[in-house]
Design a protein around this ligand. Structure first.
Ligand code: TRP
Length: 452
């Protein structure tokens, strides 16, 4: 078999994995979850979840990927031939395909908002106008579809270019730009008048709000934000070189992902409080509340308002793009390896499929009124993937590496065959065997509503 392509450098590997992790989950979902669950108290618990569950599971996914040198869809069949573990791989591929179907709809919206910012069409609007224009846009049967297609096209283009020239190169460009944008935006936001109320909302721990729900919410957020539970990072790890340090890479990705999430909170809350707007829930936070905030916060200087919102939506689009690339790659790599079709043909099939599911999800927010189990198609995809498939496959990965795989394999991968020291190995194994599976079971049960 020909030599498998690898990322060209260790930093490239880190940036690509971080690109997958940093996305709409950080910039939209995290600030809202933190705000609603006691601010800094939530952040502390979230950090514990990232460290105690996210990191070990990420290393476990890395282990599966690099050891098998196969994309997620085949990795388990390679490591455990003739067993039923292969289903974890199929579950991951399916989850990736379905997530892409609705994630790229929201990603497409960011493009509409980039254009709207650039053409200054937010100027002079009030809060009600933003609600109306978002509803009108997201329910329109055509315009969101065009942006969806555009977004899938960009994703497709980069995936087809390949692992080194597409994924790694784009991450090396987009991640630093994203980082600069987010720091500049956070500084602008913190220096607005009355920003301190927002900082207090986000950073002052309010332990009175901490209950079981907060713990479970933090764990769920850690999963989604770190791209765990469907083999995204495992597929990327199959391109890691033999000198890539799995522990260090996981730690870097965890730190970058968490930093971006906190910086996003530092943009959104000070800006919202500065103009006296209570940040509300859901997608409306970034597509309704924020444009309004930007207008008001810099209202005196229209150019600044335009610049700020333009930078923000570019940031959002870049973050979403590096994530859609990773989702797309999981499926493309699987089809390419399993059915021996070329990368570009595999990518075309994936893109075509996502055009169909994407169009269906987009229409389900407007003209298409059919419901499945009480949910529109968009919400159905979100529910089935994020709340059922991710926890299930994360749970199975823990069992696979913790109990099935030989302990020596886990050790060799973590230490690069004994070259590196890993005094934390016993703790890591303990977490994979007991702590993480039990914790995931709890999230699972909670999200299905079986807990009071
Ligand atoms: N982590 C990304 C975000 O925060 C989304 C994402 C990409 C993802 N790949 C994933 C989520 C795999 C779960 C599983 O937006």
């Amino acid at each position: 078999m020909s030599e498998r392509v690898n990322f060209g450098s260790r930093i490239g590997a880190i940036l690509a994995a971080a690109g997958s992790a940093v996305g709409l989950g950080n910039i939209w979902r995290f600030p809202y979850e933190a705000g609603n669950h006691g601010g800094a108290a939530f952040i502390l618990i979230y950090l514990a979840c990232v460290l105690l569950m996210g990191m070990p599971i990420m290393i476990a996914e890395f282990t599966v990927g690099r050891r098998s040198k196969a994309s997620t869809g085949r990795a388990f069949a390679v490591l455990a031939p003739g067993t039923q573990w292969k289903w974890i791989g199929f579950l991951g591929v399916l989850a990736g395909l379905l997530i892409l179907g609705y994630y790229s709809v929201v990603a497409g919206w960011t493009l509409e908002y980039i254009v709207a910012s650039a053409t200054n069409s937010f100027a002079g609007k009030g809060p009600d106008d933003f609600v109306a224009s978002f509803q009108e846009f997201s329910q329109d049967p055509f315009r969101p579809l065009l942006w969806l297609l555009a977004f899938l096209f960009f994703t497709h283009y980069i995936v087809v270019k390949g692992v080194k020239d597409g994924i790694e190169k784009s991450a090396k460009i987009m991640m630093p730009v994203l980082f600069i944008l987010i720091v500049v935006l956070a500084i602008c936001s913190i220096t607005l008048p009355n920003a301190d109320k927002g900082l207090e909302f986000l950073l002052k721990p309010d332990f009175s709000k901490v209950n079981a729900d907060v713990f479970l919410g933090a764990m769920g957020q850690a999963f989604f934000s770190l791209s765990l539970g469907m083999g995204c990072l495992s597929t990327y790890a199959s391109y890691f070189g033999s000198d890539t340090r799995l522990g260090k890479t996981a730690l870097s990705v965890g730190v970058i992902d968490t930093m971006i999430a906190i910086l996003a909170g530092l943009i959104i809350f000070p800006a919202a409080f500065s103009v006296g707007i209570q940040p509300d829930a859901g997608p409306s936070l970034i597509f309704i509340t924020l444009p309004n905030v930007f207008q008001q916060a810099f209202g005196g200087v229209p150019f600044l308002a335009m610049l700020f919102s333009l930078m923000f939506y570019i940031l959002l689009a870049l973050a979403a793009l590096t994530s859609t690339i990773s989702l797309h790659e999981v499926v493309t790599a699987y089809l390419n390896e399993r059915f021996k079709i070329s990368r570009s043909r595999a990518a075309c099939l994936v893109t075509l499929f996502c055009v169909v599911t994407g169009v269906m999800s987009s229409l389900s927010l407007g003209v298409w009124e059919d419901k499945f189990f009480g949910l529109g198609f968009f919400d159905l995809l979100d529910f089935v993937t994020a709340k059922l498939m991710l926890p299930l496959s994360g749970f199975l990965v823990c069992l696979f590496v913790g109990w099935y795989l030989k302990r020596s394999i886990a050790f060799d991968e973590l230490t690069n065959y004994g070259l590196l020291k890993a005094p934390y190995f016993p703790v890591y194994m303990f977490i994979l065997k007991f702590f993480a599976p039990i914790a995931i079971l709890l999230i699972f049960v909670n999200e299905l509503g079986w807990l009071p």
